[in-house]
Design a protein around this ligand. Structure first.
Ligand code: BGC
Length: 758
């Protein structure tokens, strides 16, 4: 760092200290990024900005605000309102715009929107390009004909970081092809509350697996140079503690002690920051009684001081307003803005009015927030714009994206879906089906691209059928294409209502096998809250009536979260979990059903058996203690990491490089895996380690390594997995990561090996 810059910072800090007497001083001085050189070019832009312009830079408005019609009720077809755009650029100097007005647009329409906005922003206002952001969370789900991948939970079920990176890289490309350089993805919240409506948006319950997927995703989105015209800025969501609402309902209080926070909920964010993630979005909810948007300890001391994050922190939707309207920690908007800005937010996803601007300008003019605080946020925002190359090239060369929605991209989405689908039961090897089998396909997920994709697909909740991708196959359509037999379809039951099933029974009687596709209404956030984790009665009833016919039943589960299927499990011969597999999930499932693809997905979460027993795989020993004092109470429907194949894999020759390790060592576990079948297959080798005795009660086991390997029929693969001993650390009684010497047991499949750490 040059001395001029250092002087600049200290001078500012000093001015800040003398201008504040209310304790907010220490809050600012904790930010390590004040020592970071964001660049002279950025300092120059800031030096020319008025207070109004700086506040504008920190403002993110919804597209609705500059569109014709009313917010949430825009004129159709969508049109920019040039007067409103003029006010946004020339009066409010907004720095960012987000989202779509209600539904997906064509790429040509995106080109018009982005070009109009950026041309105006660079020639008028303060001449700073806008950063446009969107939720392209499983592909660019707000651009027509974009490639839609499985939702994040399905991507985690592949246990294949290469596929996740490829999905992110294609998404980045198609996002830029729509003129948008900022993606509000990935969700890095760890899913340990199956009721939560956003369970499907996560990488599941395990920290190790989620960290591997985080690395893959960030590198797919950003690459090594995010200014590349095919890359976007990632946005780590939702910092911090969002996924664990005690009630299971979205945006309700979480109570997470520091040890648990550090051990389970922070590591994915740390990993993303280590991998240069450029932006972060804040948790809308409250944690331990404090709304995170008002929590200085989380947003500044932890995020800036400890994690040394240099990028921009954006609020979630209307979350400053919510500080006074819902959380009741502020008396009015002015109070709310003061809390959030002093806590550490950089950009307000306001997004439907300019109340943030009015309040913040007033607070700065009356010296209740120092202007230097605005400068720091502007530095971070402008730096992200610079990293993305949009300060120089705000409008992409739209004609350069020939691969948008191409067959090559669709193939990658199909591969991700095929590797995600998880075979949970296959009684008497009922699967794969013969090509000529006569199949009845039924159930509410059988013929619906909406159920298959879930929320964040063409619209926020994903339920409107008119925007569905043309040419993508539902499960029924894909099975009909894949098969040589007679394929019949009947709905059988709605998602929440039983239909007259006489027609379904009639068709079932003519079939050799019945595929029942169970589903859930596409939904997310508040609209996705549920009262009950049990599968709806209507769908249970459908399975029961069909099972009375005595024909083989195959269940395909297409759920937002693990709904309880205990009562229908024994009526099924085979069960496949499809998660929300996206537009090509029907094709993927059909290929697995007919044996063209050997299933290789594994559960990235513990599938509960009972709605009241929501215990993760890495629970404590006391959680498996039953009422008769035996140690067998942990009894999920299916365990974390479980998933079958059409092949049988045998593990032999498992060895450790040594049996006594020191803290800096790396444990190497090697083995042979034989594919004892006549089909090529993929196996996920999973290594778990149990700390035998520890000063903080140890988990029964933790995933510490994995590798997905392809093994040809009757071939053996030699696999070696490296586990740095530091991976065995836990958060100790001082809330610090710590490797504690002692005895450990490593397990692969049912084989166990002991070792020691000294
Ligand atoms: C969600 C975020 C999303 C944002 C913008 C919010 O309601 O919680 O995940 O990125 O809206 O659409």
């Amino acid at each position: 760092m040059n001395t001029g810059k250092r002087y600049f910072i200290f001078a500012h800090l000093f001015l800040f200290i003398v201008s504040c007497s209310n304790g907010s001083v220490n809050q600012i001085s904790e930010t390590r990024d004040q020592e970071f050189d964001y660049g002279q070019d950025i300092e120059e832009i800031i030096s020319k900005m008025s207070i109004e312009e700086k506040v504008g830079q920190m403002t993110q408005i919804n597209l609705d605000v500059i569109s014709k019609g009313e917010v949430f009720n825009l004129t159709v077809p969508h049109e920019l309102d040039l007067k409103r755009l003029d006010s946004a650029i020339n009066h409010y100097f907004v720095g960012s715009i987000l989202n779509v007005g209600g539904h997906t647009y064509s790429r040509a329409h995106w080109e018009e929107i982005i070009t109009t906005i950026q041309n105006k922003a660079v020639t008028e206002g303060n001449h700073v390009p806008i950063i446009y952001g969107i939720d392209a969370i499983h592909g660019v789900n707000y651009t027509n004909d974009a490639t839609l991948f499985p939702q994040q939970i399905g991507q985690a079920a592949t246990w294949n970081p290469k596929l996740v990176k490829r999905a992110a890289s294609i998404t980045a490309y198609e996002c830029r092809a729509s003129g948008i350089p900022w993606n509000f993805s990935p969700v890095l919240d760890i899913a340990r509350q199956p009721l939560w409506s956003r369970f499907f948006e996560t990488y599941g319950e395990d920290v190790f697996l989620a960290k591997a997927m985080t690395r893959a995703c960030i590198s797919g989105y950003q690459g090594t140079d995010p200014s590349n015209a095919n890359k976007v800025a990632a946005c780590m969501k939702h910092f911090l503690g969002y996924s664990m609402p005690l009630s299971g309902k979205d945006r309700t209080p979480a109570w997470i002690p520091e040890r648990q926070l550090r051990e389970y909920f922070l590591p994915t964010f740390e990993t993303a920051i280590e991998n240069n993630a450029l932006t972060v979005m804040i948790n809308s909810g409250e944690m331990n009684g404090i709304p995170v948007h008002a929590n200085h300890a989380i947003l500044t001391t932890l995020l800036r001081g400890e994690l040394n994050f240099k990028g921009l922190a954006v609020t979630d939707w209307e979350d400053i307003i919510k500080l006074y309207k819902e959380h009741k920690v502020a008396t009015d908007m002015r109070d709310a803005v003061k809390l959030a800005v002093l806590a550490g937010i950089d950009m307000s996803m306001t997004p439907n009015d300019y109340s943030f601007n009015h309040a913040l300008i007033d607070l700065v003019k009356k010296n209740e927030i120092p202007e230097r605080r605005l400068d720091q946020s502007c530095r971070r925002i402008l730096w992200v714009k610079k990293q993305l190359g949009i300060l120089k090239n705000p409008i992409p060369a739209f004609e350069n994206y020939a691969l948008f929605g191409s067959d090559e991209h669709k193939e990658a989405a199909t591969n991700a879906a095929t590797e995600s689908i998880t075979l949970l039961k296959n009684k008497n090897n009922v699967l794969p089906l013969s090509a000529g089998a006569n199949v009845l396909v039924c159930g509410p997920a059988a013929n619906s691209l909406n159920v298959q994709n879930g929320a964040w697909t063409h619209t926020w909740q994903g339920v409107d059928e008119q925007y569905n991708t043309k040419g993508a196959n539902t499960i029924y359509e894909a099975i009909a294409k894949e098969s040589d037999g007679k394929i019949r379809y009947e709905l059988g039951a709605g998602l929440n209502s039983l239909k007259d099933i006489s027609a379904t029974i009639e068709k079932a009687l003519k079939a050799d096998v019945i595929v029942v596709c169970l589903g859930e209404i596409p939904s997310t956030e508040k609209p996705g809250d549920i009262e009950d984790l049990n599968l709806h009665e209507a769908q249970k009833e459908l399975v029961k009536s069909l099972s009375d016919l005595g024909k083989p039943i195959i269940l395909a589960l297409v759920f937002n979260r693990p709904l309880i299927v205990r009562e229908v499990e024994d009526q099924a011969d085979a069960i496949l979990h499809c998660y929300l597999p996206g537009d090509y999930g029907g094709d993927a499932l059909a290929q697995i059903l007919f044996g063209k693809i050997n299933p290789s997905g594994k559960l990235p979460f513990t599938y509960p058996r009972h709605a009241g027993s929501l215990v993760p795989y890495d629970h404590k020993h006391t959680e498996k203690l039953d009422k008769n004092f035996g140690y067998e109470a942990f009894h999920p429907q299916w365990e974390f990491g479980f998933g079958m194949s059409y092949s049988k894999f045998e593990y032999t020759d498992i060895k450790l490089n040594k049996t006594v390790f020191k803290e800096g060592d790396t444990l190497l576990v090697s083995m042979k895996v034989l594919n004892r079948s006549n089909r090529d297959g993929k196996e996920v080798v999973q290594v778990y380690i149990s700390d035998q005795v520890a000063s903080i009660t140890p988990s029964v086991k933790r995933l510490r390594g994995f590798d997905k390997v392809e093994i040809a029929a009757q071939e053996t693969a030699a696999v070696e997995i490296a586990i740095p001993i530091a991976e065995l650390s836990f958060v100790n009684e001082k809330n610090k990561w710590f490797v504690e010497p002692g005895e450990f047991v490593l397990s692969v499949e049912s084989i166990k090996l002991r070792f020691q750490v000294q």
